[in-house]
Design a protein around this ligand. Structure first.
Ligand code: SF4
Length: 331
């Protein structure tokens, strides 16, 4: 008989957080400086709005993920802490403020995300482009990663953003397809997958990245299927992190996935051919994004080197050329 799982519940009847999930309270000087800078520039961050558990660590290092196009999302995903409702007016000063933030913090790699803007004709694509261009003008050395909405029913929006040539294009699948109607009702799994596939098709130089949360009730076999789907879309980098319930109104944590299972996912994903995989309980899309970008670049170079060697080995044999260099050998 299978051993029954021991489930620990808190007083409120929710799953108790295991030790490996606990994080330190954000109290450092660097954290306060980052917060003051964001407030001063009137910038929103997904770090705060999504109640990210890594905020203490990231903000201490002046690494914040800026969230453009307001603080209100036009979708209502059941896992997400961001306010939902009618979108805010688009701020024309936002691109300049993001650029100033990059200069002030001497940021080497920035992650820019946004709320969903189903209310805008272009889904917010134009503002993404303006922010990318402003950062590039102010700090050409800074590499740019974007984490976009799905631009569903916004013809041409995706291509507009791709043309701005971000270094990394991230769009999260969030969960396995079976759970979409429950967890991500406004989105479609295959639309998101196609979006990432299209980025690679239009501009193969851009790194693509996508992530899922686990602990929402998915089966291991479903996670492995998502990995295969991502590889068919030629996605370079996969992230896997534990879902944490931001408030009691949000969907419950179904299970706290153990660290060794995250390791297993990482190994399986690497074996499937991703250039890079980040899989741990506190992995989030933008966690260690700068270091991960360096890893991605190195992995691509290594891949190109191997492909170059293989192409060399597979090159058709030129008999005349060989005869020229080996006159005494009988061919
Ligand atoms: S992991 Fe990303 S969202 Fe979370 S605090 Fe760090 S930068 Fe912000």
């Amino acid at each position: 008989m299978a051993e029954a799982k021991k489930i620990e519940l808190s007083k409120s009847g929710h799953l108790r957080k295991p030790d490996w999930i606990r994080v330190k309270a954000p109290v450092s000087k660097g954290f306060n400086e980052t917060r003051n800078l964001m407030r001063g520039l009137k910038l929103n961050t997904v770090c705060e709005e999504a109640a990210c558990p890594n905020i203490g660590e990231c903000w201490t290092k002046k690494h914040a993920t800026v969230m453009i196009l307001g603080d209100t999302c036009t979708r209502a995903c059941r896992f997400c802490n961001i306010k939902t409702g009618k979108g805010n007016p688009v701020d024309p000063d936002e691109p300049a403020h993001v650029a100033e933030m990059v200069l002030t913090t001497d940021m080497k790699h920035i992650v820019i995300t946004s709320v969903d803007r189903d209310d805008l004709d272009d889904g917010g694509a134009d503002q993404f482009v303006k922010v990318i261009n402003a950062v590039r003008d102010a700090s050409p050395e800074t590499t740019i990663e974007i984490l976009t909405p799905d631009f569903r029913n916004k013809p041409g929006a995706l291509e507009t953003v791709i043309a701005a040539k971000p270094d990394v294009f991230n769009h999260n699948l969030e969960t396995v397809p079976r759970l979409y109607t429950h967890i991500r009702p406004g989105a479609r799994y295959f639309h998101s997958l196609n979006l990432l596939s299209r980025v690679k098709e239009v501009d193969p130089e851009i790194f693509t990245k996508s992530g899922i949360m686990v602990g929402l009730g998915e089966e291991e076999v479903e996670v492995l299927q998502v990995m295969d789907d991502m590889r068919s879309a030629d996605i370079d980098f996969m992230t896997i992190g534990q879902y944490l319930q931001p408030t009691k109104k949000h969907v419950d944590v179904h299970e706290f996935i153990k660290p060794d299972q995250f390791l297993k996912y990482k190994k399986r994903a690497k074996a499937k051919g991703f250039l890079h995989v980040s899989s741990s309980p506190l992995t989030r899309s933008s966690h260690h994004a700068s270091e991960d970008f360096e890893t991605l670049k190195a992995a691509r170079l290594e891949q190109l080197r191997k492909e170059g060697n293989r192409a060399h080995e597979d090159a058709p044999v030129d008999i005349d050329e060989m005869k020229k260099h080996n006159p005494n050998y009988e061919f």
